[in-house]
Design a protein around this ligand. Structure first.
Ligand code: SF4
Length: 350
C-alpha cells in the first residue's frame, strides 16, 4: 500500500534499506524530542540513511512554508503556503495557565457554502493531505511550543476529508505525535457517516456539532448540508455516539442578530436537547457571538449582550448546559477562514 504520510514513507524506507527497527524511534526522537527540523542534522543516523531521507522527502521535515503571520497577546495565526500555490491557515491560542490549543484546517477552502462563513465563500479547492494537516502542528512544535490540544475548526469540513482519519492515527500514535484522543476535537456540520466512523475508530475524540438553528427550514437556508443530513438524523447519530462512548458532545451555536437569537430559538434548542434520554446532560451548548469579516455577508451582525444573556438564561432555566465562548483574537481575524480572506485581498492588491 502507498504510504499516506511522511512517517509511513520513513517506515517503508527503513524496511527497504533493511535498517533496524530502532531507527524509526531515533528519527521520531530527533523530530519530537530534540526538535530537529532537517534530516541532514540527524547526525545519529548513518550518512547513507540521511541521504536517502533527503532524496525521498527533501531536506526539511516540515513541508509547509509560513507565508503570513499575525500575533497578538493570546493568539498566533499562521498562513502557510502549500503545493500548487494553495494556502492553509492554523491558529495557536495561548491560555494564561500555559496551555496551548490549536485550531487547524482540514481542507483548502470548503464546498459546503454555509451562508455566514468566510471559508464558504472560497469554495472547495481540495482536501489537505495527511502531512499538510499534521505539519500545521509540527510547525508550532519546531518553534518550541507545546502541543496540548487541537481542534479541527479551521478551514474546511473535517469529516468530508477522508485523510482526516489517517491524520488522527498519526496524531494519536504514541510513536509519532502521541496526542491523547481526548485532546483532539473534530468539528462537523453533521456528516452522518463521518460521525459514525469517529464513534467506531476514535471513540474518545471530542465531537462538536455546528447547530446554528433548531429549525430544519432555517438551518437548510443557513447550512445547505441540512437537506442531505437533516437535524433529526444527525442528533440520532450523536445520541448513538454518546451511548457508545459515554463522551460529551458539544453543540456550537453562532448567534446571529435577529436571525437565530430569539427566545423562540432558545426554547427550541432546549426542546431539541431535552428529553433525548438519560444522556441529556452530556450535550453541552457553546454559544459563539458572531465575528463579522470583510468577506462574510454584511447581512449578519453580532447579537446584543442582552440578547445573548437572555438566550443563556432560557437554556439554563430548561436545564441545558451552556457556555458563551470568549472571542479569542477578534482583533486579528481569528475566526475560521478569515486570515485566508485577508491574504487573498493582499494578494490581489499586489
Ligand atoms: S462553516 Fe464549515 S462547513 Fe460551512 S462553509 Fe464554513 S468551513 Fe465549510
Amino acid at each position: 500500500m502507498k504510504p499516506t504520510s511522511k512517517y509511513e514513507t520513513i517506515q517503508q524506507l527503513l524496511l527497504d534499506m533493511k535498517e533496524p527497527a530502532y531507527r524509526f524511534s531515533q528519527i521520531m526522537d530527533a523530530i519530537f524530542k530534540q526538535r530537529i527540523g532537517e534530516y541532514e542534522q540527524m547526525t545519529l543516523l548513518p550518512l547513507r540513511l540521511r541521504n536517502e531521507l533527503i532524496n525521498k522527502l527533501g531536506g526539511r521535515v516540515l513541508t509547509l512554508t509560513p507565508s503570513l503571520e499575525q500575533t497578538s497577546k493570546q493568539v498566533n495565526k499562521v498562513l502557510f503556503a502549500a503545493a500548487k500555490g494553495d494556502r492553509i491557515e492554523a491558529v495557536q491560542l495561548r491560555y494564561e495557565r500555559g496551555w496551548n490549543s490549536y485550531c487547524i484546517s482540514s481542507q483548502c477552502g470548503c464546498g459546503y457554502g454555509c451562508s455566514f462563513c468566510a471559508t464558504g465563500t472560497i469554495g472547495l479547492k481540495r482536501n489537505l493531505t495527511v502531512d499538510e494537516i499534521t505539519d500545521q502542528l509540527l510547525y508550532f512544535h519546531f518553534h518550541g511550543q507545546s502541543l496540548d490540544s487541537v481542534s479541527f475548526m479551521g478551514m474546511g469540513e473535517a469529516l468530508a476529508n477522508p485523510h482526516l482519519f489517517d491524520a488522527l492515527s498519526t496524531l494519536t500514535d504514541p510513536a509519532i505525535f502521541g496526542l491523547g484522543q481526548r485532546r483532539i476535537t473534530v468539528s462537523t456540520i453533521g456528516i452522518v457517516p463521518g460521525i459514525e466512523r469517529v464513534t467506531r475508530e476514535f471513540p474518545q475524540v471530542n465531537l462538536t456539532f455546528s447547530l446554528h438553528s433548531p429549525f430544519d427550514e432555517q438551518r437548510s437556508e443557513l447550512m445547505p448540508i441540512n437537506k442531505r443530513f437533516p437535524l433529526a438524523d444527525v442528533l440520532a447519530t450523536l445520541d448513538r455516539h454518546i451511548r457508545a462512548t459515554g463522551r460529551k458532545v458539544y453543540i456550537a451555536y453562532i448567534l446571529l442578530r435577529d436571525v437565530n437569537d430569539s427566545n423562540e430559538h432558545a426554547e427550541a434548542v432546549s426542546a431539541l436537547l431535552n428529553g433525548r434520554g438519560s444522556w441529556n446532560h452530556l450535550y453541552h451548548v457553546n454559544l459563539i457571538p458572531y465575528n463579522s469579516t470583510e468577506v462574510t455577508p454584511q447581512t449578519y451582525k453580532q447579537s446584543d449582550k442582552d440578547r445573548i444573556n437572555q438566550f443563556v438564561h432560557i437554556l439554563k432555566a430548561r436545564g441545558v448546559n451552556v457556555t458563551v465562548r470568549t472571542q479569542f483574537g477578534s482583533d486579528i481575524d481569528a475566526a475560521c477562514g478569515q486570515l485566508y480572506g485577508k491574504s487573498e485581498g493582499l494578494f490581489l492588491e499586489n
